[in-house]
Design a protein around this ligand. Structure first.
Ligand code: UD1
Length: 428
């Protein structure tokens, strides 16, 4: 077990390169099972959710070889064990994408219930409804195995009664080789949904409309291998944007798609940061005070829930009282307790947090409860006076490549130590 020790109060300046998108990678890697031939995936982030996706493919019998630190060769021709047992599924939510892919390839899938961040109830009824409307039978077997099977998959007109990123991806994966035409309505529009559709199309699929409310899929009988470069990570980029604003810093964030960052940029401008956009970079800096704002999370193109903890953390030291409304997840303010240990003044009532700005945060020993909460606590540690120790940073390593190295290169005083390590903060 490792923890971060951060000596806060430093301005972070310089430039940072954003890695490939986690949420695209964890959908694209399972989708390599649909190719009749090898795939080469570039700009793959070096994070534990990616290692776990690759472990699942290796467990199934795929050939997986890294060609360089961000490029992997995957050949799924000789699969011997097409199922995902609990020991692999329990670590990450996205393990359930193997359901859609195995259904498309074998018309049968056994995948253990997924793990992932604890953000409140995370039902999968919309995935199941979508599979059923393609002609599948879905059951939960003893041991928490989700079993889906079909004689044949047949295209259908499917209306989702609520927007779900995961259900959109899973049903799109299952439908890609279904007979006839599938129309998915009221779908999610996140950048990684478009990236997955582009990846599948580069393998010979026929998917149109990804990024809009309606996706139309003409089923194809076979798909081929491909070379594909994953888009940059919207949330990693947003996190570094928030870090620039939090530390009164000046950071050029490179390898981004500024369009994907618009909702984050808009809020940062209101908070008091300056954001300059370039073709594939944004520069964020702040000279004045932080202002209070109202923030509500929404499906894309609204403000992403995965940036909510980082933004709420910024607001702890803004002038005045801010309101944060979490409209996606039932329980995404657990980290507020940790921020309050650092001197923040946050009152949470269900899905609403009222953040009363305080002059400064003070370093404290705290614990990450999930991936983005962990990133938010790092921001708090960077802003705080004194030393902050953050435990359970394995959550952060699920989704941020070389986080502490990137922060150190910007001037942060951050160190990763083993919790058994006797290193003391004063030795930093
Ligand atoms: C994905 C992201 C996660 C992000 C979330 C919302 C990945 C791997 N994870 O999670 O980081 O926070 O999108 O942007 O891409 N719901 C149902 N029934 C379902 C499915 C979802 O009621 O069958 C509800 C959920 O409880 C939640 C909302 O729909 O309230 C959105 O969930 P969804 O978009 O599915 O999130 P994930 O795909 O799990």
């Amino acid at each position: 077990m490792n923890k971060y020790i951060i000596n806060g109060g430093k301005r972070l300046c310089g430039s940072v390169e954003i890695s490939g998108a986690k949420n695209a990678a964890v959908a694209i890697l399972p989708a390599t099972l649909l190719a009749e031939g090898p795939c080469v995936i570039e700009n793959l982030p070096n994070i534990s959710d990616v290692s776990r996706s690759l472990q699942i493919l290796s467990h199934m019998g795929a050939t997986v070889n890294y060609l360089n630190p961000s490029t992997v060769f995957v050949d799924t021709t000789n699969i011997t064990s097409p199922s995902v047992p609990y020991e692999y599924a329990k670590h990450m939510r996205a393990s359930y994408y193997f359901l859609g892919v195995l259904l498309a390839r074998y018309k049968h899938a056994d995948v253990a219930m997924p793990g992932g961040c604890d953000l409140g109830a995370r039902p999968i009824d919309r995935h199941i409804k979508g599979f059923e409307e393609l002609g599948c039978t879905v059951s939960i077997e003893p041991g928490g195995i989700i079993r889906a099977s079909a004689q044949s998959l047949v295209g259908n007109h499917i209306f989702f009664d609520g927007v779900s990123v995961g259900a959109t991806i899973n049903v799109m994966l299952a439908a890609v080789k279904a007979e006839g035409v599938t129309v998915l309505e009221n779908v999610a529009k996140e950048p990684h949904i478009v990236d997955l559709a582009n990846f599948l199309n580069s393998m010979g699929a026929d998917i149109r409309g990804a990024g809009t409310d309606v996706i139309k899929i003409h089923g194809v009988s076979s798909m081929h291998g491909t070379n594909y470069t994953i888009i940059p990570d919207q949330i990693e980029a947003g996190t570094f944007m928030a870090i620039a604003a939090a530390t009164s810093g000046d950071i050029v964030i490179k390898n981004v798609i500024p369009k994907h960052l618009e909702s984050i940029t808009e809020k940062l401008l209101k908070i008091g940061a300056v954001v300059e956009e370039y073709d594939e970079a944004v520069r964020v800096y702040r000279e004045g005070p932080l202002n209070k704002i109202t923030l509500k999370t929404l499906p894309h193109p609204g403000f992403p829930t995965d940036m909510q903890p980082q933004m709420t953390t910024l607001l702890t030291v803004a002038n005045g009282s801010s309101m944060v409304i979490e409209d996606i997840w039932d329980n995404r303010f657990k980290y507020a307790t940790e921020l309050c240990r650092m001197g923040a003044n946050i009152k949470v009532d269900g899905k609403v947090a009222v953040v009363e700005g305080v002059p400064s945060l003070k370093g404290a020993p705290i614990r990450a409860s999930d991936l983005r909460a962990g990133a938010a606590l790092v921001i708090a540690g960077l802003m705080a006076e004194g030393v902050t120790e953050i435990e359970d940073i394995y959550h952060i390593e699920r989704g941020y490549e070389n986080f502490e190295e990137k922060l150190r290169s910007l001037g942060a005083d951050i160190k990763k130590v083993s919790v058994c390590d006797k290193t003391v903060a004063g030795a930093l």
